[in-house]
Design a protein around this ligand. Sequence first.
Ligand SMILES: Nc1ncnc2c1ncn2[C@@H]1O[C@H](COP(=O)(O)OP(=O)(O)OP(=O)(O)O)[C@@H](O)[C@H]1O
Ligand SMILES: [Mg+2]
Length: 179
Amino acid sequence: MFIALTGTPGCGKTSVSRLLENEFGYRVVHLNELIRSENLFVEEDKQRDCVVTDLDVVKKRLSVMEESEKPVIIDSHMAHLIADVSIVLRTAPNELKNRLEKRGYQPAKVDENIEAECLDVILVESVENCEMVFEIGTTDRSISEVGGDVREIIDGISSGHPPIDKFKPGSFDWSGEIF
Ligand SMILES: Nc1ncnc2c1ncn2[C@@H]1O[C@H](COP(=O)(O)OP(=O)(O)OP(=O)(O)O)[C@@H](O)[C@H]1O
Ligand SMILES: [Mg+2]
Protein backbone atom coordinates (compact mmCIF):
# COMPACT_ATOMS: atom_id res chain seq x y z
CA MET A 1 0.00 0.00 0.00
CA PHE A 2 1.21 3.48 -0.89
CA ILE A 3 0.72 6.23 1.68
CA ALA A 4 1.23 9.80 0.51
CA LEU A 5 3.07 12.14 2.85
CA THR A 6 2.12 15.34 1.11
CA GLY A 7 1.65 19.07 1.63
CA THR A 8 2.78 22.47 0.42
CA PRO A 9 6.59 22.86 0.01
CA GLY A 10 8.18 23.58 3.39
CA CYS A 11 5.59 21.72 5.46
CA GLY A 12 8.20 19.10 6.43
CA LYS A 13 7.53 16.02 4.27
CA THR A 14 11.18 15.16 3.70
CA SER A 15 12.28 15.93 7.27
CA VAL A 16 9.53 13.76 8.74
CA SER A 17 9.90 10.91 6.26
CA ARG A 18 13.69 10.78 6.76
CA LEU A 19 13.11 10.44 10.49
CA LEU A 20 10.61 7.62 9.96
CA GLU A 21 12.99 5.90 7.56
CA ASN A 22 16.17 6.24 9.59
CA GLU A 23 14.89 5.90 13.15
CA PHE A 24 11.91 3.61 12.73
CA GLY A 25 12.64 1.58 9.58
CA TYR A 26 9.64 2.62 7.50
CA ARG A 27 9.88 2.15 3.73
CA VAL A 28 10.04 5.57 2.09
CA VAL A 29 10.29 6.74 -1.51
CA HIS A 30 11.60 10.30 -1.82
CA LEU A 31 9.87 10.86 -5.12
CA ASN A 32 11.68 14.01 -6.26
CA GLU A 33 15.04 12.27 -5.85
CA LEU A 34 13.83 9.16 -7.69
CA ILE A 35 12.41 11.21 -10.57
CA ARG A 36 15.68 13.10 -11.00
CA SER A 37 18.03 10.15 -10.50
CA GLU A 38 16.17 7.95 -12.98
CA ASN A 39 15.26 10.73 -15.42
CA LEU A 40 11.54 10.05 -15.06
CA PHE A 41 10.64 13.61 -16.04
CA VAL A 42 9.36 14.98 -19.31
CA GLU A 43 11.16 18.31 -19.10
CA GLU A 44 13.06 20.45 -16.62
CA ASP A 45 11.86 23.96 -15.79
CA LYS A 46 15.17 25.56 -14.78
CA GLN A 47 13.60 28.95 -14.08
CA ARG A 48 11.17 27.48 -11.55
CA ASP A 49 13.69 24.86 -10.38
CA CYS A 50 11.27 21.99 -10.90
CA VAL A 51 10.58 19.14 -13.28
CA VAL A 52 7.49 18.31 -15.31
CA THR A 53 6.52 14.67 -14.82
CA ASP A 54 4.27 12.16 -16.52
CA LEU A 55 2.30 10.61 -13.65
CA ASP A 56 1.71 7.38 -15.58
CA VAL A 57 5.46 6.86 -15.95
CA VAL A 58 5.97 7.50 -12.23
CA LYS A 59 3.11 5.18 -11.26
CA LYS A 60 4.54 2.41 -13.44
CA ARG A 61 7.97 2.81 -11.82
CA LEU A 62 6.43 2.67 -8.33
CA SER A 63 4.20 -0.33 -9.03
CA VAL A 64 7.17 -2.72 -8.67
CA MET A 65 7.58 -1.60 -5.04
CA GLU A 66 4.06 -2.42 -3.99
CA GLU A 67 4.47 -6.18 -3.81
CA SER A 68 5.14 -6.57 -0.08
CA GLU A 69 2.52 -6.01 2.61
CA LYS A 70 4.60 -3.30 4.26
CA PRO A 71 3.25 0.20 3.54
CA VAL A 72 5.40 2.48 1.40
CA ILE A 73 5.46 6.19 2.30
CA ILE A 74 5.76 8.49 -0.71
CA ASP A 75 7.40 11.81 0.16
CA SER A 76 6.20 14.33 -2.42
CA HIS A 77 3.87 17.29 -2.93
CA MET A 78 2.19 15.19 -5.64
CA ALA A 79 2.16 11.86 -3.78
CA HIS A 80 -1.59 12.17 -3.17
CA LEU A 81 -2.11 11.91 -6.95
CA ILE A 82 -0.58 8.42 -6.83
CA ALA A 83 -1.50 6.87 -3.44
CA ASP A 84 -4.84 5.65 -2.05
CA VAL A 85 -4.18 7.16 1.37
CA SER A 86 -3.07 10.76 1.90
CA ILE A 87 -1.52 12.30 5.00
CA VAL A 88 -1.46 16.06 4.49
CA LEU A 89 0.95 18.16 6.58
CA ARG A 90 -0.36 21.67 7.27
CA THR A 91 1.62 24.73 8.33
CA ALA A 92 0.32 28.16 9.29
CA PRO A 93 1.17 30.87 6.71
CA ASN A 94 3.57 32.81 8.97
CA GLU A 95 5.62 29.78 9.87
CA LEU A 96 5.62 28.53 6.29
CA LYS A 97 6.88 31.95 5.19
CA ASN A 98 9.75 31.77 7.69
CA ARG A 99 10.73 28.27 6.62
CA LEU A 100 10.67 29.11 2.89
CA GLU A 101 12.55 32.41 3.36
CA LYS A 102 15.22 30.57 5.36
CA ARG A 103 15.62 28.27 2.37
CA GLY A 104 16.28 31.29 0.17
CA TYR A 105 13.06 31.15 -1.85
CA GLN A 106 12.28 34.30 -3.87
CA PRO A 107 9.32 36.41 -2.58
CA ALA A 108 7.08 35.43 -5.54
CA LYS A 109 7.66 31.73 -4.84
CA VAL A 110 7.03 32.21 -1.12
CA ASP A 111 3.75 34.01 -1.86
CA GLU A 112 2.66 31.36 -4.36
CA ASN A 113 3.16 28.60 -1.80
CA ILE A 114 1.46 30.50 1.02
CA GLU A 115 -1.54 31.13 -1.18
CA ALA A 116 -1.74 27.43 -2.04
CA GLU A 117 -1.61 26.56 1.67
CA CYS A 118 -4.33 29.11 2.54
CA LEU A 119 -6.55 27.76 -0.25
CA ASP A 120 -6.16 24.13 0.91
CA VAL A 121 -5.01 23.14 -2.59
CA ILE A 122 -3.34 19.87 -1.64
CA LEU A 123 -6.06 18.93 0.84
CA VAL A 124 -8.75 19.40 -1.81
CA GLU A 125 -6.78 17.37 -4.36
CA SER A 126 -6.31 14.64 -1.73
CA VAL A 127 -10.03 14.45 -0.98
CA GLU A 128 -10.71 14.21 -4.72
CA ASN A 129 -8.13 11.49 -5.35
CA CYS A 130 -7.75 9.36 -2.23
CA GLU A 131 -9.93 6.91 -0.32
CA MET A 132 -8.65 8.03 3.09
CA VAL A 133 -7.31 11.49 4.01
CA PHE A 134 -5.69 12.62 7.28
CA GLU A 135 -4.43 16.05 8.27
CA ILE A 136 -1.60 16.85 10.68
CA GLY A 137 -0.62 20.30 11.94
CA THR A 138 3.10 21.08 11.99
CA THR A 139 2.96 24.68 13.30
CA ASP A 140 4.97 25.09 16.53
CA ARG A 141 5.58 21.36 16.60
CA SER A 142 8.83 19.43 16.26
CA ILE A 143 9.65 17.06 13.42
CA SER A 144 9.58 14.18 15.88
CA GLU A 145 6.10 15.13 17.18
CA VAL A 146 4.78 15.26 13.62
CA GLY A 147 6.53 11.95 12.90
CA GLY A 148 4.78 10.43 15.91
CA ASP A 149 1.41 11.40 14.42
CA VAL A 150 2.33 9.91 11.05
CA ARG A 151 3.32 6.66 12.78
CA GLU A 152 0.04 6.59 14.69
CA ILE A 153 -1.89 6.91 11.41
CA ILE A 154 0.13 4.32 9.48
CA ASP A 155 0.19 1.82 12.32
CA GLY A 156 -3.57 2.38 12.82
CA ILE A 157 -4.25 1.65 9.16
CA SER A 158 -2.06 -1.47 9.32
CA SER A 159 -3.95 -2.78 12.35
CA GLY A 160 -7.36 -2.00 10.81
CA HIS A 161 -8.10 0.92 13.16
CA PRO A 162 -7.21 4.16 11.35
CA PRO A 163 -7.47 7.18 13.71
CA ILE A 164 -10.00 8.90 11.46
CA ASP A 165 -11.50 11.29 14.03
CA LYS A 166 -8.20 12.47 15.53
CA PHE A 167 -6.75 13.55 12.17
CA LYS A 168 -9.95 14.49 10.39
CA PRO A 169 -9.39 16.68 7.31
CA GLY A 170 -10.76 20.23 7.37
CA SER A 171 -9.28 21.19 10.75
CA PHE A 172 -7.31 24.18 9.48
CA ASP A 173 -8.73 27.38 8.04
CA TRP A 174 -6.34 30.08 6.85
CA SER A 175 -8.67 31.41 4.16
CA GLY A 176 -8.76 34.78 5.97
CA GLU A 177 -5.00 35.21 5.64
CA ILE A 178 -4.76 35.41 1.86
CA PHE A 179 -3.26 38.70 0.85
N1 LIG B 1 8.05 20.72 12.35
C1 LIG B 1 9.00 21.56 11.95
N2 LIG B 1 9.39 22.57 12.75
C2 LIG B 1 10.33 23.45 12.35
N3 LIG B 1 10.95 23.41 11.16
C3 LIG B 1 10.63 22.43 10.32
C4 LIG B 1 9.63 21.46 10.66
N4 LIG B 1 9.49 20.62 9.62
C5 LIG B 1 10.36 21.05 8.68
N5 LIG B 1 11.04 22.12 9.11
C6 LIG B 1 12.06 22.88 8.36
O1 LIG B 1 11.43 23.44 7.22
C7 LIG B 1 12.27 23.31 6.08
C8 LIG B 1 11.52 22.53 5.01
O2 LIG B 1 11.36 21.19 5.45
P1 LIG B 1 11.31 19.99 4.40
O3 LIG B 1 12.42 20.08 3.41
O4 LIG B 1 11.22 18.73 5.18
O5 LIG B 1 9.93 20.32 3.66
P2 LIG B 1 9.26 19.57 2.42
O6 LIG B 1 7.82 19.50 2.72
O7 LIG B 1 9.96 18.29 2.14
O8 LIG B 1 9.48 20.62 1.22
P3 LIG B 1 9.55 20.32 -0.37
O9 LIG B 1 8.15 20.11 -0.85
O10 LIG B 1 10.11 21.57 -0.95
O11 LIG B 1 10.43 19.14 -0.59
C9 LIG B 1 13.54 22.63 6.54
O12 LIG B 1 14.50 23.63 6.78
C10 LIG B 1 13.15 21.95 7.83
O13 LIG B 1 14.23 21.85 8.73
MG1 LIG C 1 10.95 17.62 0.41
